[in-house]
Structure formats: structure tokens, C-alpha cells
Design a protein around this ligand. Structure first.
Ligand code: 13P
Ligand code: SF4
Length: 345
């Protein structure tokens, strides 16, 4: 702990540490700003004076920070193994192949690609090049509305649950308006007719952490804790979100509990580091985890105190380690898509 404090103090204003809400307590206490992925992207863009941005989060977030900061700034991810299994479910080649399938079905011209922040920089660049945008869990509805002003259909990457929950529960589309494109099956497993009839084409990706919550978990917690409020992240499955009382990004989840009356009970369906922290922050409220089994995001958890100390001490000694860089062409087009998101009302 002391070593991290000393190295950070030695770097002073040259370093800015960003921490996603799913990070461990031992890491989050050194963050200059904590937030959901949308807030952290804005924070990275708003720190032009920091020579180093140390990103305590996962790889796609650090890539976005590199794209949104100036060429002279360096973004460091304390452990390069901190990836995201959902982001890995959509590769550039697969998305290009999907676009060809849409072209063959005669619908690519009227389809706007929208990718969740949880995707690699080259997927964001694909969206930028093809008239699309990025979204996060806090602005998915606005991004979809933006897309429907520009086209008749949306290709939503890579999280089918966020796409479906937003389209159906927030925008009033029906489940039949949505189809799931499976990159591992020829033609995505869809006929050209089915594709042409759909309004939202959902990529077959999901979050393995949020995918563990089931409708049964909601029923069980309601039976266990009378009057409990069920609050979940939109990466949860549709049947879970449908049964919940409130749904929103990590930032929304925190605000909701902060504003809740003392004595109220909350079952939270998101990553466990955040749920535990909420319980400690608000001891006057009963905050419990929606599932009964342990549910950390193993890749978020890769960033621990030893990795953070190593990154900070290396920077303080003049050595840049684990720098995340995105090539110029990819960064240009990914920034087009990110800027479209940042400009949403
Ligand atoms: P938000 O930070 O947008 O709520 O997303 C959660 C998440 O899964 C990040 O990986
Ligand atoms: Fe990826 Fe899920 Fe972990 Fe978020 S919680 S980083 S979506 S695996």
C-alpha cells in the first residue's frame, strides 16, 4: 500500500489513475476517478495534461482511452491479461463476414452498426467506417434511437442481451423484431428472408459474469427477503431484466442505492466487487448479491495491488510498461464512432 502511495506521489500530476467500479478495493482506493465505462471514457478525454493514464479496468477500456487522448499521452494497463470475454466474442473478420451476409441479403445499405463499448478497437473502427457508433450501458437507448434516424435496421455488437433489453424493454420493439446472428454458423444461422424481416440484428455474444444470473435467482431472493428491490445490469439475460425492478449501468446502480431510503433492501445483479463495496458504503441499507454463488469478473480482478505498484513504480523510474496503443487508421475510425457516442444528447 505504502509503495503505491509513494510511487503515485512521486509522479504527481504526471499520472492520472482511472478505476472501473468492478475493480478490487485495494486498487480502487488509488483511483483519481472511478466510474462506469462511459464516465471513464469521458474522463480520459478530459485529462490532456496527464502524461500517463493508468487504466485500472480491462483492455478495451484502455484502448478507448488511448484513442481519446493525445498522441503524446501514454495509456498503461497494469496487467495485459485483463481482457474481456464478451469483447473477444466478436472478431474483426467475423464482423466483416457478417456485413457480407447483410450485403448478400440486400440490407447492408439500410443497416447501421452499433457496438457496445465492450469491443475491440477494430470493431469500433468498423462501426466508424460504416456510419455507426459506439454505445455504453448508460446510453444504449439514445444510441439506438440515433441509429434508427439513419437507417431502418441496426446491427448490435457484441452483447445480445444489452441490445435486446434496450430494444424491447426501453424502445418498445417486440422480441420478434430481433434476430440473433451466430458468427459460428454459415450465414449467421439465418435465412436472408429472416434477416430482411428483422429490425435489430443481435450479435451472439454475452457477458459470462452477468450471464450467471437467472430468473430463478430473482424468485429466490424475493422469497428470502420480503420487499426487496431487485436492481440489475442490462448485460443480464432478458428474463432476468424483465423480472427486476430497476435496470442500469454500474453508475446508475450506485446512484440508486445511494438515494434509497435507510432500511430498504436491495438485491444487486452485477459484479461482486461492486456489490460488496456498496454494502460497505451504505451500512444503513441491506445490500445483497442477487446470486448465491461467487461472481467476480476474473479479468477485472487481474489488476491487483502488486500489478498497480509495479506499473506506478516503473513509470516513476522512467520506464513505460504495458502501454496500450492503437494503430493510427484504426484509432481514427474508432474515434469517429466514439465521438458520435460522446455527441449524443
Ligand atoms: P458499465 O461500466 O458500462 O456499467 O459496464 C459494465 C461492464 O461490464 C464493463 O465491462
Ligand atoms: Fe467483460 Fe463481463 Fe467482465 Fe464486463 S463483467 S469486463 S463484460 S467479462
Amino acid at each position: 500500500m505504502e509503495r503505491a502511495r509513494r510511487a503515485k506521489a512521486a509522479l504527481g500530476e504526471r499520472v492520472f489513475v482511472l478505476g472501473h467500479h468492478y475493480q478490487r478495493d485495494e486498487v480502487i482506493r488509488f483511483a483519481d476517478v472511478t466510474g462506469d465505462s462511459f464516465k471513464l471514457a469521458r474522463e480520459a478525454a478530459a485529462r490532456p495534461d496527464a502524461e500517463y493514464i493508468v487504466f485500472c479496468g480491462v483492455h478495451f477500456m484502455a484502448e478507448s482511452a488511448d484513442i481519446l487522448t493525445s498522441a503524446s499521452q501514454k495509456v498503461v494497463l497494469p496487467d495485459l491479461a485483463a481482457g474481456c470475454s464478451m469483447a473477444d466474442m466478436a472478431t474483426f473478420d467475423q464482423v466483416e463476414e457478417c456485413w457480407e451476409v447483410l450485403q448478400d441479403a440486400g440490407i447492408a445499405d439500410v443497416t447501421v452498426p452499433v457496438t457496445y463499448m465492450n469491443s475491440s478497437a477494430d470493431i469500433k473502427a468498423f462501426c466508424g467506417r460504416n456510419g455507426g457508433a459506439v454505445c455504453t450501458s448508460s446510453n444504449a437507448r439514445r444510441a439506438l434511437e440515433w441509429a434508427f434516424q439513419r437507417g431502418e435496421k441496426v446491427l448490435f455488437l457484441p452483447d445480445q442481451h444489452l441490445g435486446r433489453n434496450t430494444a424491447v424493454l426501453e424502445m418498445g420493439l417486440s422480441l420478434d423484431d430481433c434476430v440473433v446472428y451466430d458468427p459460428h454458423r454459415p450465414g449467421g444461422g439465418l435465412t436472408p428472408e429472416r434477416l430482411a424481416a428483422a429490425t435489430v440484428i443481435l450479435w451472439k455474444g454475452h457477458c459470462s459474469v452477468h450471464g450467471r444470473f437467472s430468473a430463478q435467482c430473482v424468485d429466490d431472493v424475493r422469497a428470502r427477503i420480503p420487499g426487496v428491490n431487485v436492481l440489475v445490469h442490462p448485460e443480464c439475460r432478458h428474463e432476468v431484466v424483465t423480472k427486476a425492478d430497476h435496470v442500469g449501468s454500474t453508475e446508475y446502480i450506485i446512484k440508486k442505492i445511494e438515494q434509497a431510503p435507510a432500511g430498504s433492501s436491495w438485491a444487486v445483479g452485477t459484479e461482486l466487487n461492486l456489490v460488496k463495496r456498496l454494502g460497505a458504503m451504505f451500512p444503513d441499507k441491506n445490500v445483497t448479491f442477487l446470486d448465491r454463488t461467487v461472481c467476480y469478473c476474473s479479468t477485472m480482478n487481474r489488476i491487483d495491488l502488486p500489478h498497480l505498484v509495479w506499473a506506478l513504480e516503473s513509470l516513476a523510474a522512467g520506464q513505460v510498461v504495458n502501454q496500450i496503443t492503437v494503430d493510427d487508421d484504426t484509432a481514427h475510425w474508432a474515434k469517429v464512432a466514439l465521438d458520435r457516442m460522446l455527441a449524443l444528447p
